[in-house]
Ligand binder design. Structure first.
Ligand code: BJW
Length: 241
């Protein structure tokens, strides 16, 4: 059930800011972070793989996890929730889309100018210098940087690493300047992304959460819509249009 006050707020909004997390890609067949992982990875906590320390310790093991995820993402398609956000952007005056996901599914659904808060699975960087490198990434072991021979890592943001400067600046500005803030399919446990909703509310925005279940921040949102994003977001877009 979509609250009518939320529909009205979106209709009246000059600027809607949307932050998405792994839950929006779940209906495409991509496992979320804090759900049980599949097969080889089920014994490993993603938090233990998504760190520079884990890569330093065993680059090939971490590389194989990301290679498995690249292969998985390549086989799936955007779902109704990704499509709904792309069409919401055509309905409202300004929409800023910030995604914590690294899978590129928003872009494949037609969203433009997506802010990739935690990087992109299909970009590779030198582990030492951080520069983007063009390497064959469909191999079992972490490649070597063509310039300095350090190992090559996925171009994503791991725990303890800073958010890309352009992404954080644009996201802070969008959250502080929007009238409506939507958090979709995120457990709201990872910062600074989870703090954007509070920033938006502190600056007067109406904030709503779309999730399968309540999160640690649910009580702080103005509205919580429980359900699958692939169902609730198309409903929202239909009501707003
Ligand atoms: C559905 C659904 C359906 C399912 N429909 N819903 C403040 C307080 C405390 C700690 C910190 C703090 N500030 C920073 C920290 C430390 C840390 C942090 O947050 N730790 C917490 C865990 C406590 N943050 C960082 O380290 C960040 N860096 C930083 O702060 O740097 C400072 C710095 C500055 C300058 C120099 C150096 C440093 C970086 C965080 C990076 C996170 N990286 C990862 C991996 C990315 C690469 C990869 O993909 O492998 O990002 S971890 C992982 O978590 C990934 C995700 O983007 C992120 C968020 O997860 P998400 O998307 O919320 O997924 P889930 O699985 O948790 O939730 C899915 C949700 O969907 C669930 O709620 C389901 O119910 C729901 N769902 N199906 C709707 N169909």
């Amino acid at each position: 059930m979509i609250p009518s006050k939320l529909v009205e707020a979106i209709r009246d909004a000059q600027h809607v800011c949307v932050v998405t997390g792994a839950g929006i890609s779940a209906e495409s067949g991509i496992p979320t972070f804090r759900e049980a992982q599949q097969g080889l990875w089920e014994k490993h906590r993603p938090e233990d793989l998504a760190t520079p320390e884990a890569f330093s310790r065993d680059p090939d093991f971490v590389w194989q996890w990301y290679r498995w995820r690249r292969q998985l993402v390549s086989k799936v398609a955007p779902n109704a929730a990704h499509v709904a956000i792309a069409s919401l952007a055509d309905t409202v005056k300004t929409l800023t889309l910030i995604t914590q996901n690294v899978d590129g599914l928003h872009q494949r659904a037609g969203s433009r100018d997506v802010i990739e808060f935690h990087g992109n699975l299909f970009v590779n960087r030198c582990f030492v210098e951080g520069v983007i490198v063009d390497v064959d990434d469909d191999i079992e072991t972490a490649p070597y940087c063509p310039a300095c021979a350090a190992r090559v890592r996925p171009g994503v943001v791991w725990f303890g690493e800073g958010i890309p400067a352009d992404a954080i600046q644009r996201s802070l500005a969008a959250a502080a300047g929007c009238d409506v803030f939507l958090a979709v399919g995120t457990s709201s446990q990872v910062y600074p992304a989870a703090g954007l909703a509070e920033l938006a509310q502190d600056n007067g925005a109406c904030a709503a959460e779309f999730n399968l279940e309540p999160t640690p921040l649910s009580s702080q949102f103005d509205h919580c819509v429980i359900g699958k994003a692939g169902t609730t977001l198309p409903e929202l877009v239909e009501l707003v249009s």
